[in-house]
Design a binder for this molecule. Sequence first.
Ligand SMILES: Cc1cc2nc3c(=O)[nH]c(=O)nc-3n(C[C@H](O)[C@H](O)[C@H](O)COP(=O)(O)O)c2cc1C
Length: 255
Amino acid sequence: MKRTLICIAGMLLFGLSACQKPCECPVADEPVACGVPEQAAAPEAAAPEAAAPEAAKPAADETPITAGAEEIVLPKPVATDVTLTKALEERRSVRNYDAEKNLKLQDVSNLLWSAYGVNRPDGKRTAPSARNMQSATIYALFEKGAYKYDHAAHKLIRLSEADLRPLKVAPMELLVTSNFTGDNADDPAKAVDYATIRGIDTGVVAQNVHLYCAAAGLATVIRMQRTRDDAIVSGLQLTDNDHLIFNMAIGYEQK
Ligand SMILES: Cc1cc2nc3c(=O)[nH]c(=O)nc-3n(C[C@H](O)[C@H](O)[C@H](O)COP(=O)(O)O)c2cc1C
């Protein structure tokens, strides 16, 4: 609320664009992903680096993801130049992944923002949600750790150092849960209703993931998540009200 008021004030003072910049609302007191992605900027000339001892250099393709960092601040999402129509043409399920090819951090950022990031100053998201309860939560699971997607800060918070990927076939596997408070109402008809809403609230996120993957040349497939074992429940700190809905493997297709 406070942020929204500050944003409105900022828009009046600085013009509408003040609150439409991606990821940083210049007049808000904390960074928020509050706009559409920027077009990719031309690469800047790299600043000269101090010489580091040979042994201290990370592997060339190491990222905070492959290193299993505790917190991964994602880069600003960048727009692809693929049209929505082209992405819809390309969208399909892929089940064979190149085990050797890791995802770029920028793709992880773009994908999570597309899936369920914040796209407006009022904190609403790229996918609709029933009564704006924003019931879906995305967990990004890698070989070196399991993370929760913090949409407001656009970062990944490590919850476990374990490899909790359900299938272990792709470099990143998403688990999507739904949490509705108050859906265990006595009325069974209402319970059925909530189950449907959970499916829809998370299903729209899945299609966002599919479309981003199609646009970015990534491969994915959605599968219902039927296993709810102790490792997942404790590793992801799930409560009884966090319903596991589906997983999505994300990577590059094995050709
Ligand atoms: C809710 C849902 C559950 C699915 N479960 C699986 C699954 O368990 N295993 C699988 O290989 N594909 C699964 N799929 C993917 C479908 O098989 C796939 O979308 C369908 O065959 C159409 O192919 P396409 O996505 O390439 O158009 C699922 C899709 C949805 C929407």
